[in-house]
Design a protein around this ligand. Structure first.
Ligand code: KIV
Ligand code: ZN
Length: 528
């Protein structure tokens, strides 16, 4: 991607599907990743980092699908400096109209000595060879000196200089472990500009982690010094404490634009929907007081504040809820609404459904509308997102019976369809009805899964609200997460549990493959 003509335009590089997906317990299937990528395109991000293609066939497939199907943003694939990584990244992105290869290697002595077990000279050689190799495939190449903020700035400058000589078009400076502070980061980047004059001819990018809660502040410091790409993730998800939150950095630049003079190309009204979609599909809840997209971000509790806002909104609000898309959507359907009305309502919400997908959504909509008088936009969003979670090659909850009473221990029997298509049945008497259904699923599938987390939320208010459940479980030390939606909490819990189980088993397979590959050190795959 060329440097934008407008010197005040900040590019938004979204890494929800790569760094974000590395958060513990998150495991998105290709469908889910595609849906998120489509929403990121609607949001108007400039770059989608769709994954790390060498790490698994699933990651490769998702990056390829996104490159082929998502229009608008540049689609990047991550690669270490190894030839095989770069080839995999290229093969995954090459079918799209705007491919990018993003390659990285650490420049801190801690990483060079202990993790890479090599020398500075070798790092320079690897960076040069990797960028040159990527450049044979594509014009748009990004290079990152990993752990740069804990590295010697002179050495990092030398490596960046080499990457620019070989044709890197973006140089990204990561605060990999979330260690730096705004004024320190400012000084670091200023020094880098002095040492590498060519940095002014490429896009300088920043990638900050939130271990000390400074990811957005550090990214902002970077932008003030001259960085024109910010790497961030929806809801701030990412490795450990996460990445800079996309919605926060975007709204910071938007709200303070008169003072700072910078802008992004993001359609801010899509932020709330992007946040809900990512939260639903990853099972990572958004804290109620989260800046910009939290449910309380625009709520006023104190009488004085309420009084002020009623008289004039700006007395206590620096942003308008409608600007981030948090205004209530007026769509309401009922049990007499037809297929066409549903299709239209879904289209207004950004879901284009037809054929079999529309039929399935319509069937579930009717089931819910029979139990609930009014089906709102939030219900529809939850329902369609739930359908996206269904995967052919996974366990599915076919039916269940649960007997619950205060006088007898609860008992559950379930029928589960296996990935091979056969129905297996299991029963269990548990401590409570949810415990009973979870253990009955274990019995049916002969899996010793252990529950780690269970959460129930209501999609909307009201007694007949849809329940949304989230399960995190563990199988042989491997974590899997799943979510489910239904008017019946037990059913939603059962759906979430079988999905979490399927995800854990899939991940267990990937871990086993990676362990086998690690026997040959040159091929070892470790996410950054
Ligand atoms: O945090 C990090 O250093 C990364 C790099 C791959 C950019 O995620
Ligand atoms: Zn990172």
């Amino acid at each position: 991607m060329n440097k934008p003509q407008d010197p005040n335009r900040v590019l938004i590089f979204d890494t929800t599907l790569r760094d974000g997906e590395q958060s513990p317990g998150i495991s998105l299937n290709t469908h889910e990743k595609l849906e998120i990528a489509q929403q990121l395109a609607r949001l108007g991000v400039d770059v989608i980092e769709a994954g790390f293609p060498i790490t698994s066939p699933g990651d490769f497939e998702a990056v390829q699908e996104i490159s082929r199907k998502v229009e608008g943003p540049v689609v990047a694939g991550l690669a270490r400096t190894h030839v095989a990584d770069i080839d995999a990244a290229w093969n995954a992105v090459k079918d799209g109209p705007r491919p990018r290869i993003h390659t990285f290697i650490s420049t801190s002595d801690i990483h060079i000595r202990h993790q890479l077990q090599t020398t500075r000279e070798d790092v320079i050689g690897q960076a040069r060879a990797a960028v040159a190799h990527a450049k044979q495939y594509v014009e748009d190449v990004e290079f990152s000196p990993m752990d740069a903020t804990r590295a010697d700035v002179e050495f990092t400058a030398e490596v960046c200089q080499v990457a620019i000589e070989e044709g890197a078009t973006t140089i990204n400076i990561p605060d990999t472990v979330g260690y730096t502070m705004p004024q320190e980061f400012t000084a670091y980047l200023e020094r880098l500009y002095e040492l590498v004059p060519g940095l002014r001819d490429v896009v300088l990018s920043v990638h900050c982690h939130d271990d000390l809660g400074l990811a957005v502040a550090n990214s902002f410091a970077g932008v003030l010094v001259g960085a024109r790409q910010v790497e961030c993730a929806i809801n701030g998800i990412g490795e450990r404490a996460g990445n800079a939150s996309l919605e926060e950095i975007v709204m910071l630049l938007h709200t303070r634009q008169p003072d700072v003079g910078l802008h992004t190309g993001v359609a801010t009204r899509e932020l709330a929907r992007a946040s809900r979609l990512v939260s639903r599909l990853t099972g990572y809840p958004v804290q109620p007081n989260k800046a910009v997209v939290g449910r309380n971000a625009f709520a006023h509790e104190s009488g004085i504040h309420q009084d002020g806002v009623l008289k004039e909104r700006t007395t206590y609000e620096i942003m308008d809820a409608t600007t981030v898309g948090l205004d209530a959507n007026s769509i309401v359907l009922g049990k007499h609404s037809g297929r066409h009305a549903l299709q239209q309502a879904l289209s207004e919400l950004g879901f284009e459904l037809s054929g079999q997908n529309l039929n399935t959504a319509f069937k579930r909509f009717k089931e819910i509308a029979d139990k609930k008088k009014q089906v709102t936009a939030m219900d529809l969003e939850a329902l369609v997102t739930d359908e996206l979670r269904e995967e052919a090659a996974a366990y599915q909850l076919e039916w269940f019976d649960v007997e619950a009473s205060s006088r007898r221990p609860p008992h559950a029997t379930v029928g589960v369809r296996t990935p091979q298509g056969e129905e297996v049945v299991g029963s269990f008497t548990g401590d409570g009805p949810v415990d009973a259904i979870f253990r009955a699923i274990n019995a049916a599938t002969a899996c010793e899964a252990r529950l780690r987390e269970f959460r129930v939320d209501a999609v909307t208010g009201g007694q007949d609200a849809l329940g949304e459940t989230s399960v995190v479980l563990e199988v042989d030390g491997v974590i899997g997460a799943g979510q489910g939606v239904s008017t019946d909490i037990i059913e939603a819990a059962g759906r979430a549990y079988v999905r979490a189980l399927s995800n854990a088993l899939r991940r267990r397979g990937i871990v086993a493959e990676a362990e086998a590959a690690a026997q040959a050190p040159a091929d070892a795959v470790t996410a950054p």
